[in-house]
Design a protein around this ligand. Sequence first.
Ligand code: ATP
Ligand code: MG
Length: 422
Amino acid sequence: MAVKINAIRGMNDLLPQNSSVWQQVEGVLKSTAASFGFSEIRFPVVEKTGLFCRAIGEVTDVVEKEMYTFTDRDGDSLSLRPEGTAGCVRACLENSLLHGQEQRLWYIGPMFRHERPQKGRYRQFHQFGSEVFGIKGPDIDAEIIAFTATVLEKFGLKDHVTLQLNSLGSSEERAAYRDALVAFLEQHKESLDEDCRRRMYTNPLRVLDTKNEDIIRILADAPKLSDYFGEETRNHFAGLCSRLDSLGIKYELNSRLVRGLDYYNLTVFEWVTEALGSQGTVCGGGRYDGLVEQLGGQSTPAIGFAIGLERLILLLETLNLVQGIPAVDIMICAMGDEPEKQQLQIAMDLRRELPELRIMTHCGGGKFKKQMAHADKSGARFAVIIGEDEIASRVLSVKDLRSGEQQTVEMAAAAAYFKSVF
Ligand code: ATP
Ligand code: MG
């Protein structure tokens, strides 16, 4: 036998027994997006590497060590998208969707990061994301957070997640703060770990984001970014908080929340859970008013978020908040020559009259017992049994696979019968 070729580590197959959970989750996300008046956008999985470097930032984890980058046959450096925002902005700019207009968009699809695979962290994972362009906020900031809160509430997660909120101010405010922060970090250099010492000069705000408890304790005395905020930033944040308050959306202020990508300013937020260990961020987002200009467009206010679908589904499964749905409602079984000949047509007639039901035919014949076992295994609620007698009398035997009860239904009345029971 030939040696099997396996999938790439950290890239998962979605198997049929799990696909109905994904479909349910995607359904809730899409219908929530529609209820907020958002439109779908699709953009490629591969882009020029320079797009991600420029958008996400050269000294971020994602660009420094997580991107799948390769040279294609034309010699161009391309990368698999590690997130959606950069591609979304590129697509909007290229198709003139941003100038003088507002856009409220959503996308769903695979993202790729070369990380160490573990529970809730994969190399191909999926995000549902949203990006809004052309609105300064803070009303849209609150609306975007309300969107994520609605999604989480629909899944029954309200009591299992916390909203963490922070403001990163403007780039000028951050630049002023940066000097004070670096001075503070220099005083504590010996106590920092290698990662933090490296970031101290390349991306000092990211030090605030450390998961090292000892360093977190030291940072309690660090200067606060909020002390550097001017009136505009303070008003924006206060406007957001007051809207969240009146929407009844609870939040925790977290001055250490800086997010991993460089493009954020003002509002940043994360929905976190305790139930998934250190993979606790289910959804993250924020405002990125400088990015469109940085990618060659005109200055455009923007805000977005992304939900990690594997983590969301892991959380729902951990808390028993989602169940798979069998793919079949009715299994059509046939025993004997004439029944087998008519079986597919009977199934077709039922499907035409009952388009919302999932109707499978048992194929390949076999004994009654085998066919019933197939019907049971499929998860169908009913088995329709067609034997020679049924054909002769123009009836169907309908077996309720939950109660085991069986009854005879006129073929002509079968659709009406199923309509009444489903
Ligand atoms: P983390 O701190 O967990 O690495 P991140 O800040 O890198 O997350 P973002 O870039 O903000 O994550 O992506 C948004 C969401 O996508 C995350 O909150 C998470 O739910 C999900 N996500 C990110 N990386 C992965 C991954 N490698 N595997 C699965 N989901 C991921
Ligand atoms: Mg990460």
